[in-house]
Design a protein around this ligand. Sequence first.
Ligand code: AOF
Ligand code: ZN
Length: 366
Amino acid sequence: MKNIDEAYMKMALELAKKGWGHVSPNPLVGCVIIKGGEIIGMGYHEKFGQAHAEVNAIRAAGESSRGATLYVNLEPCCHYGKTPPCSELIIKSGLKRVVVGMRDPNPRVLGGGIKQLLDAGIEVETGVLEEESIRLNEIFIKHISKGEPFVILKTAVTMDGRTCTASGDSKWITSDESRRLVHKIRAGVSCIVTGVETVIKDDPMLNVRLEGDWKSPFRIVLDSKGRIPLDSKVLTQDSRNTLVCVTDDAPIHRREMIRGTGAELRVFPKCESGVDLKVLLADIASRGFDSVLVEAGARVNTSFLRSGLVDKVMMFMAPKILTGSESPTWTAGSPPSLMKDALELEGLWAESVGPDILVQGYMKGE
Ligand code: AOF
Ligand code: ZN
C-alpha cells in the first residue's frame, strides 16, 4: 500500500506544480482520485481565488467518487475562504479514504480538515511524501505561518565559483535551459532584489520572458547613494513595477530624478553595508509579498547571507572553469579566519539542468 500511496501522491505533487506562477500566495495543490486501481479524477489548483485542487478532481470524477480514495498533497481545507470548505465536499461526495501529504499550516486549518474527515468516518492517512510536500510549498508555509516572505538567493557560477571574467563579461555562464528555468522561477516569486552595481554592469530587465501567460515580479534595486542610470531598463521599461531603495546618502536631486521615471523610491535606514535589509524585508512583507528572489552581485549576496535573511540558495553551476584569481566570485567582503565561521546549509541536493548542475539547499538557522 505504501508504494501505491506514494506513487499516487507523486502524481498529485506533479499536478500541483502546474499551478506555479498562477496561485501565489496560495499553495500549490494537486489531487488524484482512485477507485478499483484506476484513476477516476485529477485536478489541481489552477489560479489564485479559483477552485481548490480537491474540487476540480471531485468534479472530474463525478458520482464515482463514492467509495474512492483521494490523494492530495496538502490537508483539505475546512474553512470558508474565497471558496467553500473542501472537507465538506469530500464528506458529501462519499469518499472512503483520504491520503494527505502534509498538514495545512494555515491557522484557519491546522489539522481541522483532517479532524472533520475522521469525525465523518473517513479513513485518513497523513504524511505520505511529507518531505516532498513541504519542499513544494516552502514559500506558502513560511508566509502563512510567519507572515514573512521566503527568500531565495540564486547565483550562476563556473566550476571554480566565478560569476564573470575579470573584465566583467558574464554572458553567458549557464545554458539556455538553466536560464529558462530562472525565468520560470521569477514567474513564481513576488519580487526580485538586485543591487545598483548589477544594474550598471548588466542593465538587466529582471522580468519574465517566456511564452505563455506569466506575470513578472516586482523589481527592487538597492541603491543607497541613488546612482542608478536613468536610462537603465528597470527605469525605462515598466518603471511602475520598480522600487529603488536609497538611504539618506542619496542626493535629493537624484531622488527626484529617479521618481521622475515613474519608479517608486523609498528612503531606508542605513546599516554598514547600505540599505538596512531587515527593514526592506519588513517593507516587502507589508506589501503582502510571499517570496523574494535575490539575483545580485557579490556584495548584495553577502549582505543578505550575513544578515541571516536567506532561506534557500539555488546555485547553477556550468561545466566551465574560468581560472584566474581576479575573476569575481558570488560573495565578497572580509573573510572569516576560521572554518567554524562559515555559513552552513542543510538538505543540499543537486539535479541536472541541460549541461549544468543546479545545487539547492537551505541556510541553517542559528
Ligand atoms: C488553495 N488551493 O487547492 C487548496 C487550498 O481563500 P481560499 O478559499 O482559496 O483558501 C485558501 C486556503 O485554502 C489556503 O491558504 C490553504 O490553507 C487552503 N487549501 N488552497 O488555494 C487548494 N487545497
Ligand atoms: Zn480547499
